[in-house]
Design a protein. Structure first.
Length: 348
């Protein structure tokens, strides 16, 4: 098997002014072929520096999940086994703690379909995204569960109720990864001067495009313009598993007019699956980037990953705000793309 390195244009954008989980100003890296993303995110980063608190990010929750599948003879057997398992939470938690310095069991959720028993384990995993950590824990759980319940048979170590790299409702409801909310309150004059729009126009467009438009399209727990753009660029720059943008891009943009035309704008991202240790994080360029982001500091378990998640959420807000503001003005989006891509040497 031969390996090659694929170059991806990368630029540091900002700085963003931040408060909440992260305070101060921080530039962020975006690796993308969609180079107009850099000035677009940069425009809202400039807006954040004109606001006292900048972008405030709150980490709501953090966990990684794996759902194992067991096969019972009947639905009644599956329900009884599921109830018995949830009652043995302390035993399951002790199993996790004995095999890992960082993994801790925080939740067990069961679902029964016919004679199939799905058991969804949720763990905190320190600074790791936790894919392998939870899979190892699930593998150990399976051995114990089958010993405790000989009436069950092994189905699969992963039963898709996790749910990994798929757009599902369960992750938003029960949680998977870091859940973050980024928000900003922008004075009316700044909205007009920097975004060439108004709070009312942006709020109206958000309802009509992101909420109504996404609903008639059949979006699943998602109402945003383009979270995936910023997520992929940030994931590639920091050594993340890029396939996780499938669920990470499920999020909701919210906007409202406050006071005398000020704009409250927020992005809620319930499924940010990121880590600062683990596979890919030891690559020289990734280590350099994470160091520059302040994600190689001595912090409590999970602190560096929470910082990274907060920076990503703030970056998503910047890109989302800039795009929506541009789309309130007829022809601005395409005109901007043409100018920026021609400057970069693109041909159209």
């Amino acid at each position: 098997m031969s390996q090659t390195v694929t170059p991806i244009p990368t630029s540091w954008v900002g700085p963003l002014r931040l408060s909440g989980e992260v305070t101060g100003e921080q530039e962020v890296p975006l690796a993308t072929y969609e180079t107009p993303l850099w000035p677009s995110v940069g425009r809202s980063a400039r807006v954040s520096r004109l606001v006292d608190d900048g972008i405030r990010v709150t980490i709501v929750d953090e966990r990684m999940t794996r759902s194992s599948l067991f096969v019972a003879r009947t639905a009644a057997d599956a329900v009884a086994a599921g109830s018995a398992l949830t009652a043995r939470f302390d035993d399951l938690a002790a199993i996790v703690a004995a095999q890992s310095r960082f993994a801790r069991l925080i939740d067990v959720h069961t679902e029964v379909v016919g004679n199939l028993l799905f058991v969804r384990f949720a763990l905190t995993t320190g600074d790791a995204s936790g894919h392998n950590m939870t899979t190892l824990a699930a593998e150990t759980f399976i051995d114990h569960v089958l010993a405790w319940h000989p009436e069950l048979e092994y189905g699969s170590i992963s039963g898709n109720y996790c749910s990994d790299k798929k757009a599902t409702a369960v992750n938003g409801i029960l949680g998977r990864g870091r859940s973050a909310v980024a928000e900003i309150l922008i004075p009316a004059a700044v909205v007009a001067d920097q975004l060439r729009s108004s709070a009312q126009r942006i709020a109206d467009l958000n309802v009509r495009k992101n909420l109504v438009g996404s609903t008639i399209a059949g979006a699943l727990r998602s109402a945003n313009a383009h979270y995936a753009n910023m997520l992929l660029a940030f994931y590639l720059a920091t050594g993340q598993d890029a396939a996780n943008i499938v669920e990470a891009s499920q999020g909701i943009t919210y906007a409202e007019v406050r006071g005398e035309g000020d704009l409250y704008f927020s992005c809620t991202l319930p499924n940010l699956i990121v880590g600062t240790v683990g596979n890919g994080k030891d690559l020289p360029f990734v280590d350099e980037v994470l160091t520059r982001l302040g994600c190689r500091e001595e912090r409590s378990s999970g602190g560096n990953a929470r910082r990274l998640a907060a920076l990503i959420a703030a970056t998503v807000l910047c890109g989302e705000l800039s795009l929506l503001a541009a789309q309130t003005n007829h022809k601005e989006l395409m005109a901007s793309h043409l100018v920026l891509e021609r400057k970069a040497g693109g041909r159209r």
